[in-house]
Design a protein around this ligand. Structure first.
Ligand code: M5T
Length: 665
């Protein structure tokens, strides 16, 4: 079940439903959500004439309902909720917005306008995430969306209408009917989410929550769930002679390398959520204190409506779909694109634009500049980065929309820009968890390779030659790479990834039984330092090619840990340092099975009973349908191969290592 993990993310949080609607309460509690009920006091009196489209009215009303509760609770209930949910359902027909009827005549007017026609039901939903700060102020994040469902009523006779009105059911319901009860008898068909008509679009809500929490996890700097798997092995008592034989009989490596230039790791993309702040005083909090958020979702919604409208004009008359009174809940073939389908496609189509905007801002040192001089406007940034004002402004605005920068409007002046927490933590080049080096690698190496993807697919080979005018060789052995700058850039990339992920890998297992470790292809030693930091009794030898070890000095003048040492060598040819634990972090995917056998064979030879291997890789799912991060990386790999857990375990087992523990981090 997809939705449970989303709902369960709210466990332990104070979730408040700002609604008096018994239907909303029931839908959410049936979904397993635990919440406190605080009906909103907001009067639904917004001027409908001010809104371009009916859904905007529903969304704004939902927002105001939720805001009223979020603002009231710290004062009246003396507690700040974590999340407040507000919703508003409206029915639209012939350009009119129908809310709850005020009396029977009003219900009659509404129901007769719906008779024999298709109408739309919109529910606007607002989710407010409240963050209490130390000074008792509250920061709010606001996410909103809406869902549209089309409903067709049968022709209603006068008798039927009045019988229904006299049942009393219409009075507390938008449009004057309740599809879930007697009103269901008036309905010929429903296109879209049924629960949206009843008052709450549960499915869309869960998807939004999922996006919110993925985003928050990312913003909080957590490096978990990045698709990386780790295996810790120990030698099995019986080393299988057959595999040792087959591996040692394989060809010797020709151009060995500890690392490879062409790995890529895609980062998750989510719809942006802009933080909005409550104004300083409570009384100032009002409509103007808020910025609408979740722009991707909003645009998607708009685009979706446009598309759906144009599609609908081509559809055959929907009345041809049966004459029985009841709910037609099956999805008709011609109902137009679904919101989530379209959203997914748009995300995929736009993904490269977002990546390139990030790469460019990073390459032009925008995040470094705004870290040292926060609050510059576009013209000042343009001057500093020696770029055009117009282009810089577009880039800065794009970065704001991606949640990488914050902008602040000023009266009669141009907005100024600052780094978001995400940029501070990961994008400035001097941050402890900086990914600047890896981003440069993506921009300069992976991007050109991916721009020749079509040829790569046609030819079945890495497009290094087309991209760089030279066949793919090892970065440290090919004369093409003689440039110090290219070598440093590559090492920087490996260094930043190792620093960001190192702690999670170093602490994933109980390694207390190991006293010495050898990080094969350990590059700058960043991972080794994480291991010694996490395990006071452990010493780590970094084993890498001579050119790498020589240049690694650039990266560790600050580290003074004498438990990390460096040994130069080629792990396919030279004798490996003796160690209790061999660390293979992002190494094996770079090599085909023959090479992996050679390396594992050497490790097995160097191992004594009780030794282990710690393997860190992106493991493919057993059905090879994911994770896409691993499968996308494979698109630009040359000789290497992505593997699943079983495949890795079999490779390890054939050299006498059995999987002791497998964790995901
Ligand atoms: C079309 C339809 C609507 N409704 C109810 O209509 C109310 C809309 O009014 P609202 O202003 O969105 O909500 P409310 O009831 O005033 O509650 P609140 O959230 O406090 O504003 C909500 O109840 C919905 O379930 C049904 O129960 N069945 C249906 O088929």
């Amino acid at each position: 079940m997809v939705l449970n993990p989303v709902i369960s993310k709210l466990a332990g949080k104070l979730v408040v439903l700002a609604s008096a609607s018994p239907r909303r309460q029931e839908i959410l509690s049936n979904a397993g959500l635990r919440f406190e009920l605080v009906p909103s006091w907001f009067k639904e009196t917004l001027d409908k004439g001010l809104f371009k489209a009916p859904h905007e009215y529903a969304v704004e009303t939902a927002k105001q309902k939720a805001l009223e509760v979020a603002r009231r609770m710290p004062f009246k209930h003396l507690k700040t909720p974590d999340i407040v949910i507000g919703a508003d359902t409206i029915v639209t027909v012939d350009g009119m917005i129908l809310e709850k009827p005020v009396d029977k005549q009003d219900a009659y007017r509404m129901l007769s306008s719906l008779s024999g026609k298709e109408h739309s039901v919109f529910t606007g939903v607002a989710i407010i995430l409240c963050h209490e700060k130390e000074n008792d102020e509250v920061d709010y994040q606001l996410v909103h969306f809406y869902e549209e469902t089309k409903v067709k009523f049968a022709d209603l006779s006068e008798d039927m209408l009045w019988e229904y009105i006299n049942s009393g059911e219409p009075m507390d319901k938008a449009g004057g009917y309740g599809i879930q009860a007697l009103g269901g008898m008036l309905v010929e068909y429903v296109h879209g989410d049924f629960l949206n008509v009843v008052g709450f679009p549960l499915n869309h809500f869960c998807k939004q929550l999922d996006m919110i929490y993925n985003r928050l996890e990312l913003e909080s700097g957590s490096v978990h769930n990045n698709g990386t798997h780790l295996i810790l092995t120990q030698p099995s008592p019986n080393l299988p002679a057959l595999s040792k034989h087959s591996s040692s009989s394989g060809p010797r490596p020709k151009s060995p390398s500890a690392s490879q230039t062409n790995g890529t790791q895609s980062s998750p993309s989510d719809s942006p959520i802009h933080k909005v702040k409550r104004k300083d005083t409570e009384s100032e909090v009002g409509e103007s204190s808020w910025t609408l958020v979740n722009s991707l979702s909003k645009h998607t919604d708009d685009a979706e409506t446009e598309l759906r409208d144009s599609e609908n004009t081509k559809l055959p008359p929907t009345t041809s779909r049966g004459h029985m009174i009841g709910h037609n809940l099956t999805e008709p073939e011609d109902s137009g694109p679904k919101k989530e389908e379209l959203q997914r496609i748009i995300e995929l189509m736009d993904g490269f634009k977002a990546s390139k905007a990030l790469f460019t801002a990073s390459e032009m040192c925008v995040f470094d500049l705004l870290q040292s001089q926060p609050g510059l406007d576009a013209a000042q940034v343009a001057q500093e980065i020696k770029a055009s004002e117009k282009g810089t402004e577009c880039l800065l605005e794009a970065c704001v929309s991606l949640g990488l920068l914050k902008s602040k409007e000023r009266k009669y002046q141009r907005p100024v820009y600052k780094n978001t927490d995400l940029a501070k933590r990961f994008l400035r080049s001097d941050a402890p968890f900086s990914l600047h080096g890896y981003i440069q690698h993506c921009n300069n190496t992976v991007w050109p390779l991916f721009s020749h993807l079509e040829s790569a697919v046609r030819e079945g080979s890495n497009q290094h030659e087309k991209a760089f005018g030279k066949k793919s060789k090892d970065v440290f052995q090919d004369t093409f790479y003689n440039s110090q700058e290219i070598k440093l850039r590559f090492m920087n990339a490996m260094h930043s990834i190792a620093k960001v992920t190192g702690k999670a890998i170093a602490t994933a297992f109980d390694l207390s039984r190991f006293k010495t470790a050898c990080d094969l292809g350990g590059c700058t030693g960043a991972m080794a330092y994480e291991f010694t930091k996490a395990h006071p009794g452990l010493s780590v030898t970094v084993f890498d090619l001579p050119a790498v070890v020589e240049m690694s000095e650039h990266f560790h003048p600050l580290h003074t840990d004498n438990r990390v040492s460096f040994v130069a060598g080629d792990f396919f040819k030279d004798e490996l340092p003796k160690a209790d634990l061999y660390i293979l972090a992002r190494i094996l995917h770079d090599w085909p099975d023959e090479k992996v056998h050679i390396l594992l064979n050497k490790i097995a030879d160097a191992s004594t009973p009780g030794c282990g291997i710690l393997l860190s890789e992106i493991f493919l799912d057993e059905d090879r349908r994911g994770p896409s991060r691993g499968l996308l990386q494979a698109l630009s790999m040359s000789v290497g191969k992505q593997r699943g857990a079983t495949e890795y375990s079999l490779l390890l087992e054939s050299h006498g290592f059995i999987t002791a523990q497998d964790v995901q981090c």
